[in-house]
Design a protein around this ligand. Structure first.
Ligand SMILES: C[S@@+](CC[C@H](N)C(=O)[O-])C[C@H]1O[C@@H](n2cnc3c(N)ncnc32)[C@H](O)[C@@H]1O
Length: 347
């Protein structure tokens, strides 16, 4: 065995294409200039996440020094960092996320701000159960809360997590890989009609029945194990309809992946439980902001806020959904489908 330290792998070409090879983007603190160039080109650097609607969230949540702020979806920590800055001195940030892979890195980033250790509480947990954590840390509840739903760019872009059809990876899709069943196992358990229902309910898929049959037939004859396997089956099914537009194939694959991912992570179950508990999480006058990324999420948030408003639980709710500015959509295309709703708990 040689005693020489291992050399960094050299990549062919100047622009590595694979997620794990983009070593500069994975170290934004070290390669700030290169990362700034990636962002300026409208992309999200590998292994990072660009927070969305930050100014709008700060305006509506109006966090103050000394506040208790709760970030239910820590992700890379971009929103948390802004909240943490706004509530100093003497405020407390409680931040949770189900993803065990990114959590400690994001916590380290927050602690680099140099605030006291007790000002930051980070837990790996589902936000469906955040009420008990909030009450144990702050018995009167939270002043401001944020939930930025769905996936982080770190999760989407890493082929090993199995969320993207753009590169080959295991058909997994779990936000917490230590919990639940991967997408490939879910496909074995669902029958054709259950799968069709899931495609329709979770992604409004118009070809749900045909796609469910194609996926189940393929999976039964030879189990679909990778993201490419699933994407190819969907693409073939669309082509058999003599509808071989690339755009239709792409959006259909996106919808199928979205529908299955929502089921794998029970995303609607978690959101419904969270929305039910929300009034108990907030102090009187407390504010909540929720960013959603598709109609299934936004419908739930809208319905819960409207019903809470009618019952007098919330004193105000967004009349209209708040969208990223044209400039934000241009500079960060991943913000395009984001919809923000806010509510204030009655006094
Ligand atoms: C869009 S990202 C949040 C990005 C974050 N706002 C930022 O600035 O980096 C969504 C995050 O929510 C997490 N998440 C999704 N569902 C969750 C749940 N039920 N409980 C806790 N975290 C969840 C995901 O793991 C992911 O990290």
């Amino acid at each position: 065995m040689s005693d020489k330290p291992p050399r960094r792998i050299r990549y062919r070409g100047t622009h590595p294409r694979a997620f794990q090879d983009k070593y500069k983007e994975h170290q934004p603190e070290k390669y700030a200039d290169d990362v700034a160039k990636v962002i300026a080109s409208g992309k999200t650097p590998a292994g990072t996440h660009r927070p969305i609607l930050v100014a709008e969230i700060l305006k509506h949540l109006a966090p103050q020094p000394g506040d208790v702020a709760v970030d239910c979806t820590l992700g890379y920590g971009g929103h948390s960092l802004e909240l943490l800055r706004a509530i100093q001195p003497s405020g407390k940030l409680i931040a949770v996320d189900v993803d065990p892979i990114e959590l400690s890195k994001s916590e380290t980033r927050l602690r680099q701000l140099g605030v006291s250790a007790e000002s930051i509480v980070v837990r790996r947990m589902n936000y469906a159960g955040v009420l008990s954590l909030i009450l144990s840390e702050s018995p009167d509840g939270a002043d401001v809360m944020l939930a930025d739903l769905g996936l982080s760019s770190m999760q989407i872009d890493n082929p090993a997590r199995g969320f993207t059809f753009k590169s080959d990876g295991p058909l997994d899709m779990r936000m917490n890989p230590d919990h639940g069943q991967p997408a490939s196992v879910l496909l074995s358990k669902l029958d054709e009609s259950e799968l069709a229902k899931l495609l329709e309910m979770n992604a409004d898929e118009p070809l749900s029945a045909r796609l469910a049959r194609a996926i189940k037939d393929a999976h039964t004859s030879s189990p679909l194990r990778s993201t490419t396997d699933l994407a190819n089956v969907v693409a073939d099914a669309i082509r058999r309809q003599k509808q071989d537009s690339d755009e239709l194939i792409k959006v259909t694959i996106q919808r199928v992946f979205q529908a299955i991912r929502i089921a794998v992570n029970d995303e609607f179950g978690a959101l419904d439980a969270f929305l039910r508990q929300l009034p108990l999480c907030l102090k009187p006058g407390g504010r909540i902001a929720i960013i959603s990324f598709h109609s299934g999420e936004d419908r739930r948030v809208k319905r819960a806020f409207k019903s809470g408003f009618r019952q007098g639980i919330y004193s105000s709710i967004s009349e209209e959904v708040i969208r990223p500015s044209a400039e934000e959509q241009r500079t960060n295309p991943r913000s395009r489908s984001a919809k923000l709703r806010v509510a204030r708990k009655s006094l």
